[in-house]
Design a protein around this ligand. Structure first.
Ligand SMILES: C[S@@+](CC[C@H](N)C(=O)[O-])C[C@H]1O[C@@H](n2cnc3c(N)ncnc32)[C@H](O)[C@@H]1O
Length: 474
């Protein structure tokens, strides 16, 4: 989300460009890069990305698509498109994932690209090219991208509307990435997930309202991934219980967007061989149909089997089914009832807790006793969080958990952060709706008999630190 702007300062690349003095040589650059052009998403309605395959598709088509998706995964793996490899390239500490928003920020993208291009060597050339295109968002000539991706996979990506050629009539057209491709690597480093999202600068307005964009991987997304990765001993306990009840271990990702949380859970459980009596069932839910499509694509891209539902919160789920693990990164930016314009994935209603409250309310009927819940979000007046939980779930649901929160922004700081500049109307509306301060937060809890919710002030850069693999220093 936009708040990552602040976080991203931490990721300002300290990459030294050995050729910086002469890296302005446009001619030399062009040979390698074609050009750095304005992104085609601005002011343009582009085609539906990653379309649902026509239904019913002939089985040969389905097989061909499955073949290409696994070939794409194999290609990304073989060029080393992993979070640790990219952290090394960017000379950044190793995290589960990378700060997608700052890497592709149109204001600094060209600079980022120049630095990465300067690190291109014969041994990492394909990795550099794919990073420039799919992560930084640099437009490249077909002759540059094709060898890195292979002609067959480039054709597949074009067919899936992941790649777009503005003018295909030219001999060597410029290709534009229409989606961002993020590597997320589990702590073991033996599993990397490839997660397709929209770019953070793709707004509903920039695509003419044709669709609601699917959120990029923000520091909130990565903090929740980090928190999940630290829960393995609890997951083992939950799996033992599910095994003793002869049922699958069930994980639920509400507000799934790209599917990042549910897919990480599925991959982690598979990697650690954690399962219930009848394996693992992972379910992803989102209101945004495009999120459903991207999440389904991402599940195939990572060879994972999950159920994807389009709908509001718990509503589309089968009646009576309870989950052992519930993960949620709901829309959480408070509007204060003002006219501030937010992407749908960020708009949390007047107090920012419309969807978060619904997630908590559903724990009574949807979380098994002893089950775990992890929720990330901006928390308004974080000191009052325990009272809010009571107002959301009543006194009947026992939860033992902790909200950790980072630096608390004043209303003026927060409103400027969200809007990108001072916005007195928005700030006043927040104040009038009772907002005194807002912080990045992360709640981890277990459903137990008694309520015991504590609130703890963590480090300022809570989300950033949660993303770091244990042992790494910021
Ligand atoms: C902050 S994004 C999180 C995306 C992703 N889980 C992540 O961590 O990067 C919030 C997502 O919640 C979805 N959403 C909003 N309201 C919802 C609701 N009532 N039920 C389910 N999903 C909802 C939005 O479409 C959006 O994809």
């Amino acid at each position: 989300m936009r708040l990552n702007r602040l976080r991203s300062a931490l990721w300002a690349f300290e990459v030294e460009d050995p050729n910086s003095a002469d890296s302005d040589d446009e001619e030399e650059r062009a040979g390698k890069t074609a050009t750095l052009q304005p992104h085609p998403e601005h002011g343009k309605v582009h085609p539906t990305l990653i379309p649902v395959p026509p239904s019913p598709a002939p089985s040969s088509e389905i097989h061909l698509r499955a073949y290409h998706i696994s070939a794409l995964r194999a290609r990304l793996t073989s060029v080393g498109y992993t979070a640790p490899a990219l952290a090394e390239l960017f000379r950044a500490p190793r995290g589960y994932g990378l700060p997608a928003e700052s890497l592709s920020n149109p204001a600094t993208r060209m600079d980022t690209d120049t630095k990465i291009l300067a690190l291109d060597t014969p041994s990492n050339s394909n990795l550099v090219t794919l990073t420039r295109f799919f992560l930084i968002g640099t437009s490249l000539a077909r002759s540059v991208l094709e060898p890195a991706l292979t002609p067959e996979l480039l054709a597949f990506c074009e067919d899936q509307n992941m790649v777009f050629a503005r003018d295909d009539a030219t001999k060597d057209p410029i290709l534009h990435p229409l989606v961002q491709l993020n590597p997320v690597t589990l702590p073991s480093a033996s599993t990397t997930l490839f997660i397709v999202t929209d770019f953070s600068h793709s707004s509903a307005a920039s695509v003419g309202g044709a669709f609601d964009p699917v959120m990029h991987l923000g520091m909130d997304s990565l903090a929740l991934v980090g928190s999940l990765s630290r829960l393995t001993s609890d997951l083992h306990l939950l799996a033992d219980r599910a095994a003793s009840e002869n049922r699958p271990l069930r994980a639920l990702d509400l507000c799934t967007g790209s599917g990042i949380q549910g897919l990480t859970a599925a991959a982690l459980l598979r990697e650690q061989q954690i399962q219930g009596g009848a394996g693992v069932e992972t379910t992803l839910v989102d209101t945004n149909p495009r999120a459903g499509r991207l999440a389904a694509f991402n599940s195939s891209l990572n060879g994972l089997h999950v159920a994807v539902h389009i709908g509001d919160g718990y509503t589309p789920l089968p009646v009576g089914v309870k989950y052992d693990l519930i993960l949620a990164n709901p829309p959480y930016i408070p509007t204060g009832g003002s006219a501030v314009r937010l992407e749908a994935y960020g708009d949390g209603g007047a107090k920012g807790d419309d969807v978060m409250a619904a997630v908590f309310r559903g724990l009574q009927s949807r979380l098994v006793d002893g089950g775990m819940v992890c929720v990330v979000g901006n928390i308004v007046n974080p000191e009052q969080f325990a009272e809010n939980v009571t107002s959301w779930v009543g006194n009947d649901v026992g939860l033992n958990g902790t909200l950790k929160y980072g630096r608390v922004w004043t209303v003026d700081e927060y409103s400027a952060l969200i809007v990108g500049k001072e916005d007195p109307d928005y700030a006043n509306a927040l104040r009038q709706s009772g907002v005194q301060g807002v912080a990045n937060g992360l709640f981890v809890g277990k459903k137990v008999a008694q309520r015991d919710v504590s609130v703890v002030r963590g480090t300022d850069e809570l989300w950033h630190e949660m993303n770091l693999v244990e042992g790494e220093k910021a």
